[in-house]
Ligand binder design. Structure first.
Ligand SMILES: Cc1cc2nc3c(=O)[nH]c(=O)nc-3n(C[C@H](O)[C@H](O)[C@H](O)COP(=O)(O)O)c2cc1C
Length: 317
């Protein structure tokens, strides 16, 4: 058990959060990481409000009424206000809020007893949500799978951490204990990870998706939509090649959105790893096996402790 501002804030043993993954992160995944000492986040992207509510109830059935978990609120999603209402009614322990300015949602969440963790891409937004009472800030580098900003995690840690007082959670490209230790040394109080947890036995994504990640290495990561401020990171395949060809031949944002419509679901549920979008982060080379969540978490914790213990001697060797 570690003690950081995030373990204290959320009441968990380790400040390791399984980030929301649209169409993927549901109750089993959230329950498995909670049992292993971290906290999971149920996605709202790709799920209906009723489905999200069922997942909330399932986590509580599996882990008890005091289970710590979150729900993701995507501010560009058409059902965002229904999800916000749901999390308040259900009094979920915390919400991660992304894809926009979380400020207006913070006070209503607090009134319902829900902690608000805002995902921010810049110092300015970090300070604004801090002023409005955000309990913590998540900085997500462009190394991350899924929708991305334009800064690396290292640049975000350099820019944002010294600019705010609230605890910061680092995300993007962290897949092992060395990455967790590095983020903690940089001043983060916790980490959020996605891609590593896709390879947990408990993760419900299609087996072909997991195999694609196992076979991928550093050179297989790509980002679409960068030139349109609509960056999404995943594995290079037939779909991303077609998209990038269109993006850099002058296609409009609407044409590009039409091209990508349904591709995440296609990869996640149908296992079409060629024409679907296999969202995943940049750190891929050493992800090569499927493991139970408990084993993943034990490895992460042991590697982090080993790295931190060694850190004190690095410049004295
Ligand atoms: C398949 C996939 C789907 C994702 N979907 C969402 C989402 O719906 N909402 C969100 O806020 N972040 C989403 N993310 C980002 C993750 O929550 C997390 O921040 C990210 O995976 C961290 O980077 P990593 O993949 O390198 O570990 C997604 C990431 C992946 C890999």
């Amino acid at each position: 058990m570690w003690k950081t501002r995030i373990t204290e804030l959320l009441g968990i043993d380790y400040p390791i959060i399984q980030g929301a993954m649209a169409y993927i992160s549901e109750s089993q995944l959230a329950a498995s990481i909670y049992h292993a000492g971290g906290a999971g986040v149920i996605a709202s992207g790709g799920f209906t409000v009723d489905e999200v509510q069922n997942y909330i109830h399932e986590v509580r059935d599996m882990c008890g009424s005091r289970a710590v978990f979150g729900v993701n609120l995507m501010l560009q999603a058409p059902n965002k206000d229904d999800i916000a209402q749901l999390v308040c009614d259900e009094k979920v322990p915390f919400v991660t809020i992304g894809a926009g300015n979380a400020s207006p949602y913070i006070a209503p969440l607090h009134q319902a007893g829900v902690r608000a963790l805002a995902i921010v891409p810049t110092v300015k937004l970090a300070q604004r949500v801090q002023e409005r009472g955000a309990d913590a800030i998540i900085i997500e580098g462009m190394e991350a799978g899924g929708h991305d900003g334009k800064l690396t995690l290292m640049a975000l840690m350099e820019n944002v951490i010294p600019s705010v007082e609230v605890p910061v959670i680092a995300a993007g490209g962290i897949v092992d204990g060395r990455g967790i230790a590095a983020a903690l040394i940089m001043g983060a109080s916790g980490v959020q990870m996605g891609t590593r947890f896709l390879l947990s036995e408990e993760c419900q994504v299609h087996p072909a998706y997991k195999e694609a990640i196992i076979h991928a290495s550093d050179k297989d990561s790509t980002v679409t939509g960068f030139s349109k401020n609509d960056s999404v990171r995943g594995l290079r395949n037939a779909f991303t090649r077609r998209y990038l060809e269109a993006e850099y031949s002058g296609a409009s944002i609407d044409e590009l959105r039409a091209l990508s419509r349904g591709t995440t679901r296609r990869a996640v549920q149908e296992g079409d790893i060629h024409e679907g979008y296999v969202l995943a982060g940049m750190s891929l080379t050493h992800l090569n096996k499927i493991q139970p969540m408990q084993e993943i978490m034990e490895e992460l914790v042991a590697e982090t402790e080993k790295t931190l213990n060694k850190a004190a001697t690095v410049i004295k060797e």
